[in-house]
Ligand binder design. Structure first.
Ligand SMILES: NC(=O)c1ccc[n+]([C@@H]2O[C@H](COP(=O)([O-])OP(=O)(O)OC[C@H]3O[C@@H](n4cnc5c(N)ncnc54)[C@H](O)[C@@H]3O)[C@@H](O)[C@H]2O)c1
Ligand SMILES: O=C(O)C(=O)C[C@@H](O)[C@H](O)[C@H](O)COP(=O)(O)O
Ligand SMILES: [Zn+2]
Length: 363
């Protein structure tokens, strides 16, 4: 017998339906209920690393009477291209995939970003379900309906807000996750701690080594707390007209680092450096106290995340940051903290201030 899953509600907003994020084990039995009876066809999008899981899921859905196909995507960021999206559109077209049919994205954040984007764009929008299999996917990417792909100019530059019909976080999936991917997800959990729920920081600081494994004593609490932070924010501002920008803490620089590294850095690693940068920016702007700024570096290092980046790359990073989605015309905008769990926007900081914050993360 398995325990009942935790259910976290995400409210519908901007005309979209509400949905639930389930956290627990053996959740795949929930899939048919979410797919519904109107669907005849189901497409399971999965990364190469989860070929076996994708096939098990496809066969299971076929056994339940759906015409189920599996579409294999490249691993990680290589999936987030227009060519991969076009490959999926072709597969859906060849299957006569209609508006009542359903896409299931099973994998990490890269997979669910693409699955959601394909769902948002096919026939101008079909229903989709997220089955995240990484920490980062569970606590962040699968929740909130931001879907998208990268372009040559930068990260997530093409996409749509298209919330899933449900999110199934089966914690057993984390057992096979390589440790550096597990730790990458901790960066977004720590982000949730700094912007909204400091109890997360206390739990990690109490035993950073335990936080690095799926068997740690606080694994499900950390994951659920971070999901709640995200669910609360996106419930009131799906389309990022204000509050949702706080979820972008650390991301302005992070996305520039990811592009500069040709996506060979994991997203969470880049977000870790980006948060230290944002903390320094807050401190230099006279908003953030020294202790909270220093806490960033300490907690991120304690779980094994990077806190510095090559110092000679700054001009390129500044160029890339200009296409950040928070920019308005020529004005760069950053999320900084006015104090612990007090995120705010720093508008058009002086270049000298940016340079000074950069000096603190430059290696
Ligand atoms: N849409 C959003 O709101 C949002 C939020 C945060 C991050 N993201 C995006 O999420 C992506 C990062 O997601 P990620 O950290 O999950 O990385 P990822 O999706 O790149 O997955 C990392 C690697 O782990 C493999 N993998 C996935 N699950 C596995 C498992 N259970 N066992 C073994 N291997 C597994 C993947 O195939 C991949 O090779 C980035 O593209 C980022 O931009 C989106
Ligand atoms: O959900 C959001 O909003 C976020 O900003 C969460 C981020 O962790 C995530 O990486 C998101 O994909 C970044 O969005 P972008 O709009 O900066 O591309
Ligand atoms: Zn992120």
């Amino acid at each position: 017998m398995t325990d009942a899953p935790t259910r976290i509600q995400v409210a519908g907003s901007a005309g979209t339906a509400p949905y639930e994020v389930l956290v627990g084990s053996q959740l795949l039995g929930e899939l048919p209920g979410l797919i519904g009876t109107a669907a005849q066809r189901v497409a399971v999008l999965h990364p190469e690393a989860l070929a076996e899981t994708g096939e098990v899921l496809r066969a299971d859905l076929a056994a339940q009477g759906y015409e189920a196909i599996a579409i294999q995507l490249p691993n990680a960021e290589e999936a987030k291209t227009v060519e991969v999206a076009a490959y999926c559109w072709k597969a859906l077209g060849q299957t006569n995939f209609t508006r009542t049919d359903v896409i299931v994205g099973v994998g990490g954040g890269a997979t669910t970003d693409v699955a959601g984007f394909v769902a948002a764009t096919w026939l101008r929008g079909v229903r989709w379900i997220a089955v995240p299999t990484t920490v980062l996917g569970m606590v962040d990417a699968a929740v909130g309906g931001k879907t998208g792909i990268n372009t040559a100019e930068g990260k997530n530059l093409v996409g749509a807000f298209h919330p899933p019909a449900g999110v199934l976080c089966d914690l057993a999936a984390l057992e096979s996750l390589p440790v550096h991917d597990y730790v990458s997800g901790l960066a977004e959990i720590i982000k949730a701690g700094f912007i909204a729920d400091p109890a997360i920081l206390d739990l990690i600081e109490a035993d950073p080594e335990a936080a690095r494994t799926p068997r740690g004593p606080h694994t499900s609490e950390l994951i659920e707390r971070a999901i709640k932070v995200k669910a609360d924010v996106v419930s009131s501002d799906l389309k990022e007209s204000g509050l949702r920008e706080i979820l972008n803490y650390g991301h302005t620089l992070a996305h520039a680092i990811e592009k500069n590294e040709r996506y060979n850095w994991r997203h969470g690693a880049a977000v870790a450096v980006g948060m230290v940068f944002a903390a320094e920016l807050g401190r230099i702007a006279g908003r953030l106290d020294d202790a909270t700024a220093d806490r960033h570096r300490a907690i991120l290092e304690s779980v094994g995340l990077p806190v510095t980046y090559r110092g000679d790359q700054w001009p390129k990073l500044v160029e890339t940051m200009k296409v950040d989605k928070k920019s308005r015309g020529d004005r760069l905008r950053f999320i900084v903290l006015d104090g612990l769990a007090k995120p705010t926007v720093l508008e058009a900081p002086d270049p000298a201030m940016l340079l000074a914050a950069h000096a603190e993360i430059a290696s």
